[in-house]
Design a protein around this ligand. Structure first.
Ligand code: CA
Ligand code: CA
Ligand code: CA
Length: 454
């Protein structure tokens, strides 16, 4: 454990690594989602209805979209989850979930915007009219490697809908990126991918291939789950584990998926993200979860398959604010969005984005010289990073230019070498570990970086 303060630059120690915390930006309304963009900026939603790019070095905020006149914001609702298209150079799409009023009814929709380089424009509504409430509206959005999208919806304080598979309430939904229903959904006519959810506000697909969710319980039993196609996660008949006589009856009759972990008293878990980078060894290859009520960051360690939770360690527990959201830069710095001191105290424009970094790691030349800069200035990107061994490594090369791609292992042996033209997929079959790549275009532009395959 450590002393952690968000009010100023400070240093503190995890188990043995000294981290520096720095306020990237303060006086934010209520940041709900932060994601690291391919432009090396933090993309942020603020609940009252704005989307911005925040420069992580200067804190400068560029507003890309202001829907505050349309977004309905009370209590837990507003402009919430956001995901960027994984091939942003060619498909600059931003997917955002937010609540709105239809007559007097609170509803939720998922909208796809286009980024024109300075604003979000030309919205396409992918799904709407999802029943909402002032609380329990889920709204976490992630994109999977198969270019489908998962979105959580809350139970909207309605206990009859999460077990009703014909309703999209209390579910995890799966959509194609154009809003159509994937033909391999459990029911090819339904967005519903898993059901029996109360209010999942964390979703992440880990390099081990598992998709994890965090979920708010009632007065007991917050949960960490592995979500699976067609799975029944129990709510409202089951809270946490199947561990009471009526729950046992329901669980065996309905094949309920139990959580990996449950918390009583509740801690209020929010965003989750996998941390692969070596910069902060205590967190490397662990799932991180920001926690609101308990004001902490929990790191989960799993077995290689990702289906057995080996241990969990709580960090940052101190006198800080509630931690709503997290993103990670490609060079291994962690960014946290804070949400005030208490649930009812939302005090607009008093919230922050905090950077945590292991400064000693970056003062080591061999580390800094090999950090991937995901700049889009020259249009070259190589990713994802990390990439799962056996899955495609994508080279994004503008204007069908021709280049030479090479990749070496840590002792300098060449493991991949090819002449490439335009966007190209490379196989990572048989590779596992840390590698260094270089891509040289015929026009003289060259770029290099570090890649983790596992
Ligand atoms: Ca996030
Ligand atoms: Ca459950
Ligand atoms: Ca239970």
């Amino acid at each position: 454990m450590c002393a952690f303060s968000i009010s100023a630059q400070t240093t503190f120690t995890l188990d043995s690594t000294e981290l520096t915390s720095r306020v990237v930006k303060d006086s934010i309304d209520i940041p709900w989602e932060i994601v690291w963009g391919p432009d090396d900026h933090i993309w942020m939603t603020e609940r009252f209805g704005r989307v911005s790019r925040v420069n992580p070095k200067t804190g400068n905020q560029q507003v890309l979209l202001d829907l505050s006149g349309e977004v309905y914001e009370r209590s837990e609702t507003g402009m919430l989850g956001m995901a960027l298209h994984p091939d942003f150079d060619n498909s600059p799409h931003v997917f955002i979930a937010y609540t709105y009023l239809s007559g007097n009814s609170i509803r939720e929709r998922l909208v796809r915007f286009n980024y024109d380089g300075s604003q979000l424009i030309a919205a396409d509504t992918l799904i709407e009219n999802i029943i909402g409430n002032n609380t329990h509206v889920g709204a976490r959005v992630i994109i999977l490697p198969d270019n489908t999208l998962l979105m959580s919806t809350g139970d909207a304080q309605n206990r009859s809908l999460p077990q009703n598979k014909s309703s999209v309430v209390g579910k995890i939904l799966r959509l194609n990126l154009d809003g159509s229903i994937p033909t391999d959904n459990p029911n090819p006519n339904s967005y519903v991918w898993s059901f029996g959810h109360r209010n999942a506000q964390g979703l992440w697909r880990a390099p081990n291939g598992k998709i994890y969710s965090s979920e708010h319980g009632p007065t007991t039993d917050d949960e960490l789950n592995i979500v699976t196609a067609g799975g029944n996660f129990g709510w409202p008949d089951v809270e946490g584990f199947c561990d009471s006589p009526p729950e046992n009856v329901f669980c065996s009759a309905n094949n309920v998926v139990e959580p990996l972990a449950a918390w009583t008293p509740t801690i209020a878990p929010s965003d989750i993200i996998w941390y692969s980078h070596p910069a902060i060894p205590e967190l490397t290859d662990k799932l991180l979860m920001t926690v609101l009520k308990d004001k902490s960051l929990i790191a989960f360690e799993f077995n290689a398959a990702g289906d057995v939770l080996l241990n969990q360690t709580k960090y940052l527990k101190g006198d800080g604010d509630r931690l709503r959201d997290v993103c990670v830069s490609p060079d291994g710095k962690i960014y946290l969005a804070t949400n005030g001191a208490s649930w009812s105290n939302s005090r607009p424009f008093s919230h922050s984005i905090i950077e945590l970094s292991n400064t000693a790691y970056y003062s080591n030349d061999t580390n800094t010289s090999s950090i991937t800069v995901n700049s889009t200035l020259d249009g070259i990107r190589v990713g994802p990073n990390p990439v799962v061994s056996g899955e495609a490594l994508n080279l994004f090369i503008p204007r069908k230019e021709i280049g030479q791609f090479t990749m070496t292992d840590v002792v300098g042996r060449t493991v991949l070498s090819a002449t490439v033209e335009g966007n190209t997929g490379m196989s990572t079959e048989g590779l596992n570990g840390v590698y260094f790549w270089k891509l040289s275009l015929e026009n003289g532009v060259a770029k290099e970086g570090k890649l983790v395959i596992h």
